[in-house]
Design a protein around this ligand. Structure first.
Ligand code: GDP
Length: 413
């Protein structure tokens, strides 16, 4: 699972997912992140939020307050795909940081609490993600809690966030007895053993078959209403849309934002994380699927597509001081950067040398020789770059588009 991917062809760019996890405080974003790192083999021991041992909440102040203040980027590998996770703060006071993270994401998982449903901060972050055009899938977490109800959480997504929910799972068992899900796309059951981990896959249990069939039809009907071309498939002999077509249409609806694929589980019990990662790979965009980034130079509007052969352009989204030195976390939009290259910051007019390029893994930094369009890495060397700075090649200068002006922050009762 941990084999290094070489990102030097367009084919491998298709295997990158730059992903954020958006949530209201306490919905379980830190636990979901932790379980993703554990499930992908990136960390080998599960951390628990209540012991302060999670790797994404590395700041002592953050551990003390039990909220995610600082965005940390972590890279992991799932099913031949590199997943760069950019942690986004959920607390309403840190919306600038949310805003900056949203600029560099290609897609996101929105985590909801199965008891509380959509909460005010989830709504505010959702609107911001809408403005940045970030495609999302939803994970309804904490299905093990007393009072957890997938259907009412889905209803609150429909009523308050407005995309059509595309519910692709049916829970098996409720609350303390929540043990698995029926995958309504492939019509099979996934049941997690005690302690969570790898699901045991099997046929849909007889007792759940009528309900699973009904929900599968409801999913097909929602998809057909949103995507009339899929209707042709419904009219085919046999009347059932193929699983492959359904997945393709679900991906299209996710990319346009017309629908949101909804999955469920219990991060705490490590149930539901593998299908969530499968959905990230299946439905969320790669850097090749998102529009070219916009910038300007001397009044002219320029665009940079995700092309490793194009002129180098990157956006700094976070700067951290670590034992390794000053790390500038960047999203590379275009071109390739190698260790030793010089970069130009059009805002300061300074040219600086990139001494090292690091991939940020959980709790460690892995030196890499180069980074290409679509990647998220940290560079050591540039001293003047700040969050929001453009780094580009002096031969093809541009200033990447300034951040979208945020809406007034929605206050939370
Ligand atoms: P964040 O604020 O969104 O990062 O949420 P955390 O991951 O810190 O989780 C908040 C609290 O909810 C912690 O006490 C977690 O242990 C707990 N929690 C997270 N996921 C689950 C879950 O699936 N079930 C239950 N019962 N508790 C959970």
């Amino acid at each position: 699972m941990r084999a290094e991917l070489h990102l030097d062809s367009l084919n491998s760019l298709a295997a990158v997912r730059n992903l954020g996890i958006l949530a209201h405080v306490d919905a379980g974003k830190t636990t979901v992140t932790e379980r993703i790192l554990f499930t992908t083999g990136t960390i080998h021991k599960r951390g628990e939020v209540h012991d302060g041992t999670t790797v994404t909440d590395f700041d002592p102040q953050e551990r003390d307050r039990g909220i995610t203040i600082f965005a940390a980027a972590v890279s992991c590998v799932w099913d031949g795909h590199r997943v760069n996770l950019i942690d986004t703060p959920g607390h309403v006071d840190f919306t600038d940081e949310v805003e900056r993270s949203l600029r560099v994401l290609d897609g996101a998982i929105a985590v909801f609490d199965a008891v509380a449903g959509v909460e005010p901060q989830s709504e505010s972050v959702w609107r911001r993600a809408d403005r940045h055009g970030v495609p999302r899938i939803a994970f309804v977490n904490k299905l093990d809690r007393a009072g957890a109800a997938l259907d009412s959480a889905v209803e609150s997504i429909r009523a308050r966030l407005h995309p059509a929910p595309l519910v692709v799972q049916l829970p098996i068992g409720a609350e303390d007895a929540f043990t698995g899900v029926v995958d309504l796309v492939r019509m099979r059951a996934l049941v997690w053993p005690d302690g969570g981990g790898t699901a045991v896959t099997g046929p849909v249990p007889d007792g759940l078959r009528p309900e699973a069939e009904r929900r599968r039809r409801a999913l097909e009907e929602t998809v057909a209403a949103l995507h009339p071309a899929a209707l042709e498939e419904f009219c085919a002999p046999g009347g059932r849309v193929s699983d492959g077509t359904l997945r393709t249409v679900l991906r299209e609806l996710t990319l346009t934002g017309e629908g949101v694929v909804v999955l469920c589980g219990s991060a705490y019990r490590n149930r539901g994380i593998e299908p969530l990662l499968d959905a990230v790979v299946a439905y969320l965009p790669s850097p090749l699927d998102v529009p070219a980034v916009r910038g300007t130079h001397q009044g002219a509007e320029l665009r940079r597509a995700a092309d490793p052969e194009g002129p180098f352009a990157a956006l700094a989204f976070k700067v951290t001081a670590t034992a390794t030195g000053r790390l500038t976390h960047v999203r590379v939009y275009s071109g390739t950067i190698e260790k030793g290259d010089t970069v130009w910051d059009p805002a300061t007019g300074r040219t600086e040398r990139v001494a090292r390029i690091l991939r940020v893994m959980a709790g460690r930094h892995e030196p890499v020789g180069r980074a290409v369009a679509g990647d998220i890495v940290a560079v050591v060397g540039p001293k003047s770059a700040r969050p929001g700075s453009t780094l580009c090649t002096p031969d093809a200068p541009l200033l990447l588009e300034p951040p979208v002006v945020p809406d007034p922050v929605v206050s939370v009762a």
